[in-house]
Design a protein around this ligand. Sequence first.
Ligand SMILES: *[C@@H]1O[C@H](CO)[C@@H](O)[C@H](O)[C@H]1NC(C)=O
Ligand SMILES: *[C@@H]1O[C@H](CO)[C@@H](O)[C@H](O)[C@H]1NC(C)=O
Ligand SMILES: *[C@@H]1O[C@H](CO)[C@@H](O)[C@H](O)[C@H]1NC(C)=O
Ligand SMILES: *[C@@H]1O[C@H](CO)[C@@H](O)[C@H](O)[C@H]1NC(C)=O
Ligand SMILES: *[C@@H]1O[C@H](CO)[C@@H](O)[C@H](O)[C@H]1NC(C)=O
Ligand SMILES: *[C@@H]1O[C@H](CO)[C@@H](O)[C@H](O)[C@H]1NC(C)=O
Ligand SMILES: *[C@@H]1O[C@H](CO)[C@@H](O)[C@H](O)[C@H]1NC(C)=O
Ligand SMILES: *[C@@H]1O[C@H](CO)[C@@H](O)[C@H](O)[C@H]1NC(C)=O
Length: 594
Amino acid sequence: MPRLHLLLVLVFIPTTVASPRNLRLSPADIAVSDTAADDTPITYIEVDRPLRPPPGSSGPCSTLFLSHSFGFTYTKPPVTAAYSPPDCLVAAGDGASAISLAVLEWRATCRGVQFDRIFGVWLGGVELLRSCTAEPRPNGVVWSVSKDVTKYASLLAAAGNSTIAVYLGNLVNDQYTGVYHANVTLHLYFHPTPATTRQRASATSPADVIVPVSRSLPLNDGLWFQIQNASDVESASIVFPSNTYRVVLEVYVSFHGHDEFWYTHTPDGNGPFREVTVLLDGDLVGAVWPFPVIFTGGINPLLWRPITGIGSFNLPTYDIELTPFLSKILDGKAHELGFAVTNAVDVWYVDGNLHLWLDATSTATTASLVSYDATRLAAKTTTSQFDGADGQYYHTTASQRISATGWVASSSHGNVTTNATNTFTFENTNAFTSDGGAETVNQTTIAYAGVTVTDHTGAILYSQTSDQSFPLYVDIEAKQMTSHTANVTYTVAREYHETTVTAGMWWSGATPPQRRYLRNAQIGAVDVEMRDGTAVSATWGTRQTYRREAPDGCYFRNVTSRGYGIVFDESNEICPKESSAAARGEGSEETSSS
Ligand SMILES: *[C@@H]1O[C@H](CO)[C@@H](O)[C@H](O)[C@H]1NC(C)=O
Ligand SMILES: *[C@@H]1O[C@H](CO)[C@@H](O)[C@H](O)[C@H]1NC(C)=O
Ligand SMILES: *[C@@H]1O[C@H](CO)[C@@H](O)[C@H](O)[C@H]1NC(C)=O
Ligand SMILES: *[C@@H]1O[C@H](CO)[C@@H](O)[C@H](O)[C@H]1NC(C)=O
Ligand SMILES: *[C@@H]1O[C@H](CO)[C@@H](O)[C@H](O)[C@H]1NC(C)=O
Ligand SMILES: *[C@@H]1O[C@H](CO)[C@@H](O)[C@H](O)[C@H]1NC(C)=O
Ligand SMILES: *[C@@H]1O[C@H](CO)[C@@H](O)[C@H](O)[C@H]1NC(C)=O
Ligand SMILES: *[C@@H]1O[C@H](CO)[C@@H](O)[C@H](O)[C@H]1NC(C)=O
C-alpha cells in the first residue's frame, strides 16, 4: 500500500491554487492525460433551461455591454464600461415595468493552457453574475452563459449613467498562455401591453430599488468581500429609504483557495461545515448554507468537459427575507450589513444585493419586530477509526433555525405582518484510508425557507415556501494494476433540488398556489491511468438529467457525454399533465448507479 500513496502524491501535483487536500490538477498535468483529438475548438455547456420571453413579448433588443480580452488582469482594476438604459428601453416608455424578460449573456473563447478563473459582473455595484471560466485546450474552447436578470429591471431602467464592471483575475506567462476573450451582452424583451394596463405595483414584481452590499470602485479586485477566516466580518454601511415596505437580501457566494473543497475538510481544516451568516448591526438575521459548486478545475478537470458542473458557469444565489427586521432600519441612519462564514478558511468571496420595495404614496413606513428566535447552531464532528488503525471516518452534523416576525404599515398595503422562518440541516461523512488510497465524502444540505404575510385579520396575503436539498458524493479510489501502473478513479455526483410554492400578491391572497420545481442531477467519473507515477491516459463521462416544472414553462433534458463527445441528448418542453413530480417519485436513481 505505501506504493499507492507515492502514486497519489505524484498525481496531486500542487499548483498555485492548491487546496490542502490537493483536489486540483494543474492544466499542464491535465494536458498529459487529455489525449483526445484536438483539432477544433470545443463547446462546453452547463445544462440549464432555455430562457423564453412571455408570449406576445417583443424583442430581443440586444446591447453589447463590453467586449474585452482578459490577459494579465490579476490585481488590476475591473474592466469597466459606461451604462445608461438602452434606447429601446427608453423608447418603451414604461421604465422597468416594460421589461418582460432581461437576459445577461456572457460569451467567451480561450485557447492555450489556463486555470479556471472566478469572475463577476456588476452594474452600479450590484452583482448580476458570478461565474467561473472554462479551462481552455490548445485548439480552443468556446462557451456561453445566459442568466435571467429580469429581477434587476429597476436597475437596468434607472435613469442616469452607471458603470458595468467585470473582474476576472487572470495570469498569463510562458506556461499559462490562455487569454479569455469575452463579450457581455444584454438582451431585453418587452411586454406587449401599453403602460395604461400596467399591473398594480406589488412586492411580487421586481423590486423598486436595488442597493448593493459590496465594495466600491476603484479597487484592484472584484467588488466582492473577501472573508479569510471564521472571525472575519465584512460589511457595508447602508442607508435604507424610509418608505421601504419589503426587503429581500440576495447573496452571492463562492469559495476558493484553502476552502474550495470545504466539504472534504477534516477537523484540522475546521471540518466540512460552512455557513454564511448575515449580520444587521451585528445581529444574526439570516444564513446561507451553500450548494457545493465545483469549478471547472476542481477534483479532476476532465470531469467538467464538455458538460460543466452544476452552477459553475452560473453560480446559484440565495434570497433572505429581511422584511420582519424593517423596524431596525427605517430611521434614515446608516446601518451595517455584514457577512461572516462559520469555520471559514481563506478565502470566501461574498457580497449581496438588497431588493427594496417602496411605498409609492408615502415618504415613511412604520414597523416593529414582534418576535425573533434564532436557535443556536448545533454543529459537531465525531471521528472514528475503521479498517484497523488505517482508516479514518468523520461524521459531521449541523442544524439551525432562524425565525422572525414583524409588522409594517404602509399606505400601499396597510398594516401587514411578515413571518420569515428558515431551517437548515447538514450531514457529512468522510471516510478515507490513512495511506491516501481512497476517500469518500457523502453530504446533504437541506434548507427550508417560509414567508407568510398576513393582514390585521390574520388572512394570508402572500405565502412562499422553498425546500432545497443539495446531495453531494465524491469518491476517489486508487487501484494498483501492475508494479508500474495504477488507476485512479474519481466519481462525483450532485443534485440541485428545489421546490418553491407561492400564493398571493401582497395586496390579495386570492391567487392559486404556483409551484416551481427543479431537479438537476449530475454524475460523472474519470479513470486516470498512471505509469510510474505519471498520468498517461484517461477516460471519462457524465450523465445529467434536468427537470423544471413551473407556470411559465417546463423543461426536461437528459444528456450523456463520453470523453469530449455528447453521446446521448434528449430534451423537451412538455409540462406533465399531473404536475406532481413528488408523486412520480423524486428518488435519486441517477446518482445511485454508476
Ligand atoms: C465579440 O463580439 C465581436 C463583435 O461583434 C465579435 O467579433 C467576436 O467574435 C465576439 N467574441 C465572442 C467571444 O463571442
Ligand atoms: C451619460 O453618458 C453619456 C455617454 O457617455 C453622455 O453623453 C451623457 O451626457 C451622460 N449623462 C449624464 C447625466 O451624465
Ligand atoms: C481574520 O481575518 C482578518 C481579515 O483579514 C484579519 O484581520 C484577522 O487578523 C484574522 N484573524 C485570525 C484569527 O486569523
Ligand atoms: C399593526 O398591527 C399590529 C398587530 O398586528 C399592531 O400591534 C400594531 O399596532 C399595528 N400598527 C399600526 C401602525 O397600526
Ligand atoms: C412563524 O412561522 C413558523 C413556521 O411556520 C412558526 O413555527 C412560528 O410559530 C411563526 N411565528 C409566529 C410569531 O407566528
Ligand atoms: C449518502 O448518504 C445518504 C444518507 O445520508 C444515503 O441515503 C445515500 O445512499 C448515500 N449515498 C451514497 C452514494 O453512498
Ligand atoms: C484504467 O484507466 C484506463 C484509462 O482511463 C482505462 O482505459 C482502463 O479501462 C482502466 N482499467 C481499469 C481496470 O479500470
Ligand atoms: C436518460 O437517458 C438514459 C439513456 O441514456 C436512460 O437510461 C435514463 O433512464 C434516462 N433518464 C431519464 C430520467 O429519463
